[in-house]
Design a binder for this molecule. Structure first.
Ligand SMILES: Nc1ncnc2c1ncn2[C@@H]1O[C@H](COP(=O)(O)OP(=O)(O)OP(=O)(O)O)[C@@H](O)[C@H]1O
Ligand SMILES: [Mg+2]
Length: 263
């Protein structure tokens, strides 16, 4: 029996303006598992993921990562997790190599280890040729790949990826999925959100579907298809989540990305 590397107990997030983004959500992820977190826009996926790595403060509930309580020892958790989040802020006046070095130092890694990891990661994401150019000159796909490299510098046990292939062309997407698959094969736990249903179906061992701040169904792709009498995951998604396109409510505090506070 593998142990639970992520344990989430009844977590909620209410943003200022009384927006209940996540309501009483509980789930577990096993060590080494490839776990997918799906759901329509605004369902609360990013909020949940951000709470797990303490980028967003939860309103209530309990989070244990590798048996460690996030409220008690966040620093021990930072050592174990890597994350590439949806809203990426890249330093515009640094090169990829400089940023990787800086991140390595922030994790107190010995210089030799940092150099070795940088070499390996630049090769992995195929950015060796542009490693000494400013990241501000990168294309969207290069930024995403660089972001993945950055999240891996300290050899985390768990990798959190929020839509890692958003906006990528099919080649770049294949490349990223392939890398993530390989990392998982080597034992890394993967927790990811995506809107690519067929890829989620192929890659994820277990999937949770979220809608309006709650998990509406959870299981392996096979279990989900059977349970919801669907021929594929997309159908499961459509059956279990109510589309509210056009009726989406935008929290006025969240509407302006430049002024909104992560509260
Ligand atoms: N910083 C914030 N302040 C206030 N409200 C927020 C903030 N971030 C998100 N929200 C609100 O919380 C809800 C959930 O948003 P969240 O970003 O978690 O959804 P998501 O499932 O990741 O959606 P998507 O698929 O579009 O990325 C939405 O109603 C959103 O407007
Ligand atoms: Mg999101």
């Amino acid at each position: 029996m593998q142990k639970n590397i992520i344990e989430v107990k009844k977590i909620s997030k209410t943003y200022t303006g009384d927006v209940k983004a996540v309501k009483n959500v509980s789930f577990e992820v096993k060590e080494g598992e490839f776990f997918g977190f799906l759901g329509p826009n605004g369902a609360g996926k990013s909020t949940t993921m951000n709470m797990l790595v303490n980028l967003v403060k939860k309103t209530s509930g309990k989070i244990l990562i590798d048996g460690i309580d996030l409220d008690e020892n966040p620093d021990e958790i930072y050592k174990r997790v890597g994350f590439a989040m949806q809203e990426v802020g890249l330093d515009e006046v640094a090169t990829a190599r400089e940023m990787l070095q800086l991140h390595g130092r922030l994790y107190h890694m010995p210089k030799a280890d940092i150099d070795e990891q940088i070499k390996k990661l630049l090769k992995l994401v195929e950015l060796e040729k542009v490693a000494d150019k400013f990241t501000s000159t990168y294309s969207g796909g290069m930024r995403r790949r660089f972001d993945l490299a950055l999240s891996l510098i300290h050899k985390p046990k768990i990798l959190f990826l929020d839509e890692p292939t958003q906006g990528l062309d099919p080649h770049a997407r294949q490349l990223i999925w392939g890398h993530i698959k390989q990392l998982n094969k080597e034992g890394m736990t993967i927790f990811l959100t995506t809107h690519f249903m067929d890829e989620a179906e192929n890659l994820c061992e277990r999937i949770a579907i979220m809608d309006k701040g709650q998990i509406v169904t959870m299981g392996s792709p096979e279990q989900l298809k059977k349970k919801h009498h669907a021929k594929n995951l997309e159908e499961v998604f459509l059956k279990t989540t109510g589309s509210n396109l056009g009726n989406e409510e935008i929290n006025k505090n969240a509407a302006d990305p430049y002024t909104r506070a992560r509260g």
